[in-house]
Each structure stands twice: as structure tokens, then as C-alpha cells.
Write a protein that binds this ligand. Structure first.
Ligand code: 15L
Length: 271
């Protein structure tokens, strides 16, 4: 059984992922927040913005799913620390420890300034919609470098929105159910022929803005479609009056300086 490190395991995506992958891999969970690991999984507390921590947690694993980071638009210092320095440390620690395979959750916000009437595939030029989106593009570029220069195997998932159900109109296009997430991550871990791939992390949504043929080529067969929830979602939907947000795939990330941080919902943040 492969040993897989999941960083950011206490976050939203991490929680869905380690529940879905339980029993399939030997999971080593890591986060800077405390986490009680489910039976059969281990937990190591670590802050990957420190290289020593990154080196410690990446030792002896077969693959890394690097979810740890600042997950929305926000202050540059937080993004720099978590998504630029932290991301570099994980890739570099993996290289030094001889770990070949890294799965990186880049984001729909790396390409969020494409319009909603456009269909894009994995080859389009990047169009980040936020500082956060730029930090995800940094991760994509770093992955490309580590694949070409060091022969590492890098699987980039431009993730939409992971949730039990799609929460609004925009998310009908980018919803990613937990079981489809687990399937795509398993392909990223187990596919024998990964050098550097970009795929979209979404379910088989009727309203998708992505041509996800690269994921399908690698064997992805998503089971869920947000359309099942469309009527109830659209009934609740109110227009925000933000024409830029509503015209572009990245939504409010295209205009907001700060998007509510699910990891710290009550804390006041300094700029
Ligand atoms: C993301 O990249 C974020 O990490 C997540 O919190 C959501 O905001 C998601 O995008 C989204 O676009 O819904």
C-alpha cells in the first residue's frame, strides 16, 4: 500500500479527502492546526512555511497531495508565506527526500478572468483573478520546473469548488463532489505515466466551463453532475449587481480584495 502525505489535512478539502481515501492508502496527515487522525491514519503537526518542517513530513512517502495553503483572496503577506514560500518548501523538500510524485491543487482562480461564455481547456494561457490566483499560477510554474529539471511527476488539479452540494449558480459550473475528488486524486497518485499534467477538478457538470478532456484521457469518469441541484440553487440565487464578477468564471475573486476565509471565519485579519 502506498504511503501518501496530505498537507492541509484539517481544511475543507483535506477533510473530505482523507475520509474518502481511508483504507486505500497509508495516509500521513499534516496541518499547522491540530487534528485527531481517524483510526489507521497518522498525524504530524507542521508549518510548511518552515523548510525544516517540510523536510520532516515528506520523508519516506510515495506521493504528496499538497493541499496546505491560504485558500482564498486575502492579504499578500499571508498568501506569500503560505502559498509561495510554503509551496516552494514542499516541492524542494520532496526533491531532497527523493519523493517523485506531487499532486497540487491549483485552482479555477488561476484562470478566473476567462469569461463565463468561454470554454477553456488545460492548454489556455493563465488569467489569474486575484493575488491568490497568482499564487496558484506560481505553484503550476514550480511544478513544471520540477518536472522538467528534476524528472519529478507532477499532477496539477485546477480545482473548482469541493462541497457536498453546489452552493450557488457559479458553483453549478465548477462543483466537485467529494467522491469525484477522491477518484481524480487516486488517478494522480496511481497513474503510471504522469510527467506534468494539468486537469480540471470538477464533476461531470452539464454547465461546466471547462473542456476536461485531459482528465478523461487519463481515465477520469466523474459520477456526479451539479444539474441535479440546479433548480433549487437557481431559485435561491440573487444578483449581486457586480457585473465583472458575474461575467467572469472567478466570480467575486475578480473584484474583491478579501474573500471570507473558511479557515478563520471569526478572526479579524490585518492588512
Ligand atoms: C478556491 O480556490 C478556494 O480555495 C475555495 O475556498 C473556493 O473559494 C473556490 O476556489 C471557489 O471558487 O469556489
Amino acid at each position: 500500500m502506498k504511503t501518501v502525505l496530505i498537507t492541509g489535512a484539517a481544511g475543507d478539502i483535506g477533510t473530505h479527502l482523507h475520509r474518502e481515501l481511508a483504507g486505500k492508502y497509508k495516509l500521513r496527515l499534516s496541518d499547522k492546526r491540530p487534528l485527531k487522525p481517524p483510526k489507521g491514519q497518522t498525524f504530524v503537526k507542521a508549518d510548511v512555511s518552515k523548510m525544516a518542517d517540510a523536510l520532516r513530513i515528506t520523508k519516506g512517502v510515495d506521493a504528496i497531495v499538497h493541499l496546505g495553503g491560504y485558500s482564498v483572496e486575502g492579504p499578500w503577506t499571508s498568501i506569500l508565506q503560505a502559498n509561495i514560500i510554503g509551496c516552494y518548501n514542499v516541492f524542494e523538500a520532496a526533491r531532497r527526500n527523493g519523493v517523485r510524485r506531487i499532486l497540487f491543487p491549483t485552482s479555477n482562480h488561476a484562470v478566473g478572468f476567462y469569461r463565463r461564455d468561454q470554454t477553456i481547456d488545460h492548454r489556455v494561457y493563465i488569467k489569474p483573478d486575484s493575488r491568490y490566483g497568482v499564487s496558484k499560477v506560481f505553484g503550476e510554474a514550480l511544478g513544471s520546473l520540477y518536472a522538467d529539471k528534476y524528472g519529478m511527476e507532477i499532477f496539477m488539479m485546477r480545482i473548482g469548488n469541493v462541497n457536498l452540494r453546489p452552493i450557488d449558480k457559479r458553483r453549478l459550473s465548477i462543483w466537485f463532489s467529494p467522491r469525484d475528488l477522491a477518484q481524480l486524486v487516486s488517478i494522480g497518485i496511481d497513474h503510471p505515466d504522469i510527467k506534468f499534467e494539468i486537469v480540471y477538478g470538477i464533476s461531470r457538470n452539464t454547465r461546466a466551463w471547462y473542456d476536461n478532456s485531459n482528465a478523461f484521457r487519463l481515465g477520469y469518469h466523474p459520477q456526479d453532475d451539479s444539474e441535479v441541484y440546479a433548480a433549487e440553487v437557481l431559485e435561491r440565487e440573487k444578483t449581486s449587481g457586480d457585473v465583472i464578477a458575474e461575467a467572469h468564471q472567478g466570480g467575486t475573486f475578480c473584484t474583491a480584495e478579501d474573500v471570507a476565509n473558511p479557515a478563520a471565519p471569526t478572526r479579524k485579519r490585518k492588512r
